[in-house]
Design a protein around this ligand. Structure first.
Ligand code: BGC
Length: 876
């Protein structure tokens, strides 16, 4: 196992070597280009090729001969996912960030994440993600900002600027047209050039041009028949030529599919390593003249420029960053707060007045166990999770009595254990279990480290596969290389790694009487000894587990035990990560799950009946939204819907808080007066929700996606399949552009969001005519016409009647947030660029600003246009 201490030592050695400034590339006084050139010139061809693929999942190799450490990268985007399962601040997911419409705040979030990246000793964070939410069921919609490219790219650019202001680098992903999970690895996204340019690529272009991310990650699927990672149109024409991208192009993990075609198309870096297509094969391709040496030098030059920015050539200049600061928690809470969308508020049910309500029933599992993030590579180990119930108690518990009833078990699969039910000791001073990590797979190789672990959904922990010397290709592996199937070669290399083992011990405190279900999910071997009995081991029956959706072969083992409330039970878990894993990945996964006895709906209904108001927390469970698989539906479990309806019938003063990262249907909408969409709000989300419910914060979130009444209404529905071929026939009519054009009423439109105050928009001014190529200055007045301070989001839409192609009735072009005191009025200025007035001409392969008539509209949502003005563009 590469322990953190060992990595630190390697850095120290490398840094003292570099401090001597033996070579010109180590001299900060020289121009950057000269330093990069000097570094590249000193490398042998083998060293150059070694820098064009990972050494493992997250590291590029050191060039020890020159005293240079290799780049280190790891996942984002909603906080840093440490590959050692170390904690980071868990920020709200991308969709929540999208709902803030607040570029300044997302810049601060990026800055906090950049500081944490450096704090973990990492150079590059794999985010932000800007693949638009095209398909409502797509598994990763929670990770991205929006269904609209202007909103998505504006916020992503702010995020990148924030990260990179700290000295860490951002990796914009996944370029491009990866808009669903099913079929993603081999799929083909068939999209017109116009839809690509106007919609999907427009989510990336402004980020590349304005924020200059250090790297970009290619998408998994083919785009119009060619894998994104070897697609000359995407990489050469658009990215490098049109947008002037100067950074590194890396593949998504195992998303490289060829040697010369990928390298020659512009892919610089195969990830992860050890290399399957670059490395040894690339060396051969160079020797055979299939890849010019000049292209290798160009790719290494891009990597070297990134190493320079990451201060690997002058490590003493590298900033140390910061972890888990109050400022980071504040930003996480602020993003959560600004993201919450007040969808409806009949008769002003919200906010609740803590001086007036005496008893509030809190119903639903997400109040006590919030779903704070989605699953997959973006999954962060949080420092803490503030639950809505805790925050309500803490902030208002002195004045209001909160009565909690779970009401409904919304977890289709046994969820990760609630760590609050575990402690290393009877005194319950700490939550979690005592963990001893060993340096081998058999608990014998010496203790690597000990700590208290309090998060038992572990995706990636433990170690690093041994580096493989690809220049000395062993015979057997070479054969596997030739007949590469399902990653056999890579698995063989990873299997050369070393194992590790962990023993967790402590007590489980049962909160109520009844039958508990225990589960272990893992790819290696694991055992649970509970109250002196072996409850689970590898001989127990196993079931396929959907907990880690990319690993369909993972097994889950279940057992039950009947426990008594208030009693504690000793437990021990042994996990052994052998080098030969069942799963084809060198990172280990593990979940210890516990399901509490089934709740009683009658108890929830009774609590609702006798309360002054009710808040229901609804969600589809902690495994519903994850990378690797699309959701099966956008509807909640019918039993949850029935509970919401029964509660609302018992008490009409019922508000629902929706805890989801993507579109859901709300068949109970007509039965409740108030709904908040709170997304997957990160570790501080509970506080934000509590403040909004009681009016200590005023809702200001606006939908970054359309919420349809039913999946059948959505633009991609007719073409969606779980398979490989995705035809984007709705073309540019993505998201709201489709509902608006066809007059299909959604449940809640894009851009919608209410406030506890009200805003008036007036005096929209735009020039009546402009020359082509001129920017268009637009101004309007926004007034707070209500009684509380609040923030309005002004959305500027454009209708283009001049273009000779079908156009949306409205397309978002610019937006801004304004915070106003009651009675305050402010002037807002926004500018439309010539590009905003253009459409993509598929025949000319160019942006065209057509002469003719346009309409500029200012709205509080795409369906709530408050002011408009005509605009004419003259002939050239
Ligand atoms: C995901 C990427 C992620 C990478 C590394 C891939 O499966 O698509 O978003 O950065 O894995 O974990």
């Amino acid at each position: 196992m590469r322990t953190l201490a060992a990595a630190g030592l390697a850095c120290a050695l490398l840094s003292s070597a570099a401090a001597k400034e033996r070579y010109p590339f180590q001299n900060p006084a020289l121009p950057d280009a000269a330093r990069v050139q000097d570094f590249v010139a000193r490398l042998t061809l083998e060293e150059k090729i070694s820098l064009l693929s990972g050494e493992d999942n997250w590291h590029l190799p050191d060039i020890a001969r020159l005293g240079v450490r290799g780049l280190i990268m790891t996942d984002g985007p909603a906080g840093l996912r440490s590959f050692q399962s170390e904690p980071s601040t868990a920020f709200p997911v991308g969709a929540a960030a999208g709902a803030t419409w607040d570029a300044g705040l997302i810049r601060r979030e990026g800055q906090a994440i950049g500081e944490e990246t450096l704090g973990h000793g990492v150079d590059l964070i794999l985010g932000p993600m800007v693949n638009l939410a095209r398909v409502p069921v797509a598994g990763r919609n929670f990770e991205t900002f929006a269904e609209d490219p202007v909103l998505g790219s504006t916020l992503a650019a702010s995020y990148v600027e924030g990260v990179q202001s700290t000295g860490a680098g951002a990796v914009l992903k996944h370029y491009a047209a990866n808009n669903q999970e099913n079929g993603r690895n081999s799929g083909d996204s068939v999209v017109s050039e116009r839809a690509l340019r106007e919609v999907y690529l427009s989510a990336f272009g402004p980020v590349v041009e304005n924020a200059k991310p250090w790297a970009i990650m290619t998408a998994y699927p083919h785009v119009n028949g060619v894998f994104a990672s070897e697609n000359p149109f995407l990489l050469k024409e658009v990215l490098r030529r049109d947008w002037g991208f100067r950074g590194v192009v890396m593949s998504d993990w195992t998303g490289t599919h060829s040697t010369a075609p990928a390298m020659n198309a512009g892919l610089d870096l195969e990830m992860p390593g050890p290399a399957v297509w670059f490395g040894w094969k690339l060396q051969q391709a160079v020797a055979q003249g299939q890849v010019p040496v000049a292209r290798i030098d160009e790719a290494v030059g891009n990597i070297a420029a990134l190493m320079l920015k990451a201060k690997l050539f002058d490590p003493d200049g590298r900033k140390t960053g910061a972890l888990n600061t109050e400022a980071h928690r504040d930003v996480a809470e602020r993003v959560a707060e600004e993201s919450i969308v007040l969808l409806k508020n009949r008769d002003g049910l919200l906010p609740l007045d803590a001086a007036k309500v005496r008893t509030v029933a809190i119903i639903g599992e997400p109040a006590d166990r919030p779903i704070f993030q989605g699953g997959g590579s973006s999954q962060v180990v949080p420092y803490r999770v503030v639950t809505p119930l805790e925050a309500l108690q803490q902030r208002y518990g002195a004045r209001v009595e909160f009565v909690y009833a779970q009401g409904f078990d919304n977890e289709p699969h046994v969820p990760a254990v609630d760590p609050r039910l575990l402690s290393p000791s009877a005194a319950r001073g700490e939550i979690g279990l005592h963990a001893v990590y060993y340096n081998d797979a058999d608990f014998k190789g010496g203790v690597a480290f000990e700590r208290t672990d309090n998060y038992f959904l572990k995706f990636g922990f433990g170690g690093k596969a041994n580096a493989v010397d690809w220049t000395k290709m062993p015979q057997g592996l070479e054969a596997a290389y030739q007949t590469r199937q399902n990653g056999t070669y890579q698995q063989a290399l990873w299997n050369a790694g070393i194992g590790f083992s962990v023993k967790w011990t402590g007590l489980f405190f049962a909160p109520k009487d009844g039958t508990y279900q225990f589960s272990l999910v893992h790819g290696d071997t694991a055992r649970l000894v509970f109250d002196g009995k072996t409850l689970l081991d590898d001989t127990a029956p196993k079931y396929p587990s959907p907990i880690f959706k990319f690993f369909p072969s993972l097994s889950e083992r279940h057992a039950e035990a009947t426990l008594k409330a208030g009693q504690s039970y000793p437990l021990e878990i042994d996990f052994s990560a052998t080098p030969t894993s069942e799963i084809n990945y060198d990172q280990k996964v593990f979940q210890f799950g516990v399901r509490l006895p089934r709740p009683d709906a009658a108890e929830a209904i009774a609590a609702a009946k006798s309360a002054d108001a009710v808040i229901v927390f609804a969600g589809a469970g902690s495994t519903a939204e994850a990378e690797g698989e699309d959701r099966s539906s956008i509807d909640f479990d019918p039993a949850q819907t029935a509970l919401i309806e029964a509660v609302a019938a018992a008490n009409p003063r019922t508000a629902v808080v929706v805890n989801e990262g993507a579109a859901v249907t709300m068949p109970w909408d007509g039965k409740v007066p108030a709904i908040l969409d709170a997304w997957l709000p990160g570790q501080e989300g509970g506080t934000a929700i509590a403040k909004i419910l009681f009016g200590d914060a005023n809702p200001s979130g606006h939908l970054p996606i359309t919420l349809p009444k039913r999946i059948e209404d959505s633009p991609s529905h007719l073409m969606y399949s779980g398979g490989a071929h995705q035809v984007y026939n709705e073309d540019v009519f993505v998201g709201y552009r489709y509902y608006d054009k066809l007059g299909i009423a959604p449940a809640y439109p894009f851009g919608h969001g209410l406030s506890y105050t009200s805003f008036a928009f007036s005096d929209l001014k735009a020039p009546s005519s402009v020359k082509p190529g001129d920017p268009v200055a637009v101004s309007l007045k926004v007034a707070n016409s209500g009684a509380r301070e609040g923030s309005a989001v002004v959305q500027l839409y454009l209708r283009n009647d001049a273009a000779p192609v079908p156009m949306p009735l409205k397309a978002l072009k610019a937006f801004t947030r304004v915070t106003l005191k009651p009675g305050e009025t402010r002037s807002v200025r926004l500018t439309l660029s010539p590009r905003d007035l253009s459409y993509w001409d598929d025949q000319e392969h160019a942006w065209v600003e057509a002469p003719g008539s346009y309409t500029v509209m200012a709205g509080a949502s795409v369906e709530d246009i408050r002011a408009s003005a005509p605009l004419a563009v003259g002939a050239k």
